[in-house]
Design a protein around this ligand. Structure first.
Ligand SMILES: Cc1cc2nc3c(=O)[nH]c(=O)nc-3n(C[C@H](O)[C@H](O)[C@H](O)COP(=O)(O)OP(=O)(O)OC[C@H]3O[C@@H](n4cnc5c(N)ncnc54)[C@H](O)[C@@H]3O)c2cc1C
Length: 444
C-alpha cells in the first residue's frame, strides 16, 4: 500500500498533521495502536503557563522570546512564535467546523479552568462549555455558585472542591453551595461501582425524558446560582448540545469540569478530529501497531505493522507521533530511555540518578520529562547521527520540553504536527511539479 504520508499515532499531534495533510489532498494514513492521552486530558489546550525557570506565564505567545533564551532546543524555539500561532489558530478553525468551539481570552492572556479538586489550572483554549476564570479576577461576576454532582458518582466530590475554593481569597465573598442530584435509572446502573462512570451517565442523559427528570431535580436542589458547575457527564459528540438543552430546561448557566478518566471533554476532541479526518478521505488504521521500518540512504522506505505482517506500508513522508512513556512512544530501561520502533537517537541524561528530582512535588521539572527523540530544526530525527530526511517527529515523543511543568502539552502537539504537515505538503507539491511533463508546465 502506497501513501503520500503515513502518520504513526492517533493523538493530537498525529491527527493535527493528518487533518492538515488530508485537507491539502495528500493520500494519508494514520496508524493508531490505542487510546491517546486525550482520554485523560481536560480537553483544554495548554500553550504555555510556566517558563522552564519556574516563572508563571500570563500571556503565552509574548513569552516565546524568553522561552527561547532559557531553552533554545525547545520545540517552540525551533518553530518560532508565528508558526505556533498559525497552527493554534488553524486548529481552532478546524474544531469550530466540527462544532467544538475552543476560545481564548480576548486580551491574549491565559485563563484558569477549575479542576475537580477545586484548584485552578492555567490554560489557553477551552471548550464552549468550560467556564473561563480570568487571570486578573478569578471570581469575576460570581456572587453564588453551585457545585453539583450526580448522587453516587465517585469521580467528582463537590464538597472537597467547595472546601478548596473557599480557601481562596478571590472567593471570600462568593457563596459556594453543593448538591447531589439523583439520576433516573441509577439503581439499574449500579451493578458494579466501576460501571458508574462519566461515560455511563452520558448514555442515560441522552434520553430526553431522563434529562427532563434530572433538570427538575436540579432546580429543586440548587435553587439560585450564577453558575452551576457539573462534572463532564455529557456525551462525546452531542455533549455541548445536551448542556444547552439542560440550560434551557433549568434556566441555569451551566459549565463542565473534567473528571477522572475517561475524560469526556478530551474524548470529544479526539472523536471530532477523527471524524473530520475521515470526512476528508483519510484512512485510519485503528488498533494496528507499527513494529519496524526499513531505511535506505537516509530515508525511511517502508514500515511493517502487527496486522499487516509482511505486507509493507510505503509512503513518501512519515510522521512519528507515538507519544511519550504513557503511550509507549518512549520506553525506559534501567539505565537508558529508547524509542522502540526505529531506535532513533535520544536526548537523555547519562545516569539514572539524574533522571528525577529528589522531591516528587517540586516546581522544577523532573529531567525524565524532557527526555525524548533528538531532532533538527525541521523535526527530522537521526539514527546513529544520520538524519532521516523523510521521517519527522511531533508531540510528546520530542525531547527538551516538559508538558506538565510548563503547561504546554497540546500546544506543542498541535504546532509540531501542523509544522510537519506543512513541510510534507510543500515537498509533495514540489514533487508533483517536478514530475509534470515539461510541456504541460510551459503551457500552464
Ligand atoms: C494524564 C494527562 C493529562 C493531560 N492533560 C492535558 C491537558 O489538560 N491539556 C493539555 O494541553 N495537555 C494535556 N496533557 C498533555 C497532552 O495531552 C499531551 O502532551 C498530548 O496529548 C500528546 O499528544 P501526542 O499526540 O504527542 O501523543 P499521545 O496522545 O500520547 O498519542 C500517541 C498515539 O500513538 C499511538 N502509538 C504509540 N505507539 C504506536 C505504534 N507503535 N504504532 C501505532 N501507534 C502507536 C498511541 O496508541 C496513541 O494513539 C496531558 C497528558 C497526560 C498524560
Amino acid at each position: 500500500m502506497k501513501f503520500d504520508s503515513i502518520i504513526i499515532g492517533g493523538g493530537v499531534a498525529g491527527l493535527s498533521c493528518a487533518i492538515r495533510c488530508a485537507e491539502a489532498g495528500l493520500k494519508t494514513a494514520v496508524i493508531a495502536a490505542g487510546q491517546s492521552a486525550l482520554h485523560f486530558s481536560s480537553g483544554s489546550v495548554d500553550v504555555l503557563s510556566r517558563l522552564p525557570n519556574g516563572e508563571n506565564v500570563g500571556a503565552p505567545f509574548s513569552a516565546f522570546a524568553d522561552l527561547k533564551k532559557q531553552s533554545p532546543s525547545h520545540p517552540y524555539s525551533k518553530l518560532g512564535e508565528l508558526q505556533c500561532r498559525e497552527a493554534i489558530n488553524w486548529y481552532q478553525d478546524v474544531m469550530a467546523d466540527c462544532g467544538v468551539y475552543l476560545t481564548a481570552q480576548p486580551d491574549e492572556m491565559n485563563h484558569y479552568r477549575v479542576t475537580p479538586m477545586g484548584t485552578f489550572r492555567s490554560t489557553w483554549l477551552s471548550q464552549q462549555t468550560v467556564h473561563q476564570f480570568p487571570h486578573h479576577q478569578l471570581a469575576q461576576g460570581l456572587a453564588e455558585i453551585a457545585l453539583v454532582t450526580v448522587d453516587g458518582f465517585r469521580d467528582f466530590q463537590p464538597q472537597l472542591a467547595a472546601d478548596n475554593l473557599a480557601k481562596l481569597s478571590a472567593f471570600e465573598s462568593v457563596k459556594i453551595k453543593t448538591a447531589a442530584v439523583e439520576l433516573p435509572d441509577f439503581d439499574n446502573m449500579q451493578r458494579n461501582p466501576c460501571e458508574f462512570r462519566s461515560i455511563d451517565i452520558s448514555r442515560v442523559l441522552r434520553d430526553e425524558t431522563k434529562l427532563h427528570a434530572f433538570a427538575k431535580s436540579m432546580i429543586q436542589q440548587v435553587g439560585k446560582a450564577d453558575l452551576v458547575v457539573l462534572p463532564a457527564i455529557f456525551g462525546n459528540g452531542d455533549g455541548a448540545a445536551t448542556i444547552k438543552l439542560l440550560e434551557g430546561l433549568t434556566g441555569f448557566k451551566i459549565c463542565e469540569l473534567p473528571t477522572m478518566p475517561p475524560s469526556l471533554l478530551g474524548i470529544r476532541l479526539e472523536e471530532a478530529m477523527k471524524s473530520h479526518y475521515k470526512r476528508l478521505g483519510g484512512l485510519l488504521l485503528a488498533g494496528d501497531e507499527v513494529r519496524k521500518g526499513e531505511f535506505s540512504n537516509g530515508r525511511l522506505m517502508k514500515i511493517f505493522t502487527r496486522n499487516h505482517e509482511d505486507i509493507p506500508l510505503v509512503a513518501d513522508h512519515f510522521l512519528l507521533a507515538s507519544g511519550s512513556f504513557f503511550s509507549k512512544g518512549l520506553s525506559a530501561q534501567r539505565h537508558a530511555v529508547s524509542e522502540p520502533i526505529f531506535g532513533l537517537d535520544m536526548a537523555q541524561s547519562a545516569h539514572r540518578d539524574h533522571w528525577y528530582q529528589p522531591q516528587f512535588f517540586t516546581p522544577q521539572s523532573h529531567p525524565f520529562m524532557k527526555m525524548g527523540v533528538e531532532c533538527n530544526n525541521r523535526l527530522n530525527p537521526t539514527i546513529n547521527q544520520q538524519v532521516i530526511s523523510n521521517l519527522y517527529c511531533a508531540g510528546a515523543i520530542l525531547a527538551h520540553y516538559d508538558p506538565v511543568q510548563e503547561g504546554s502539552g497540546s500546544g506543542v502537539a498541535i504546532s509540531t504536527g501542523y509544522f510537519v504537515a506543512q513541510q510534507m505538503i510543500t515537498a509533495h507539491q514540489q514533487q508533483q511539479t517536478d514530475t509534470q511533463p515539461k510541456q504541460e508546465r510551459t503551457t500552464a
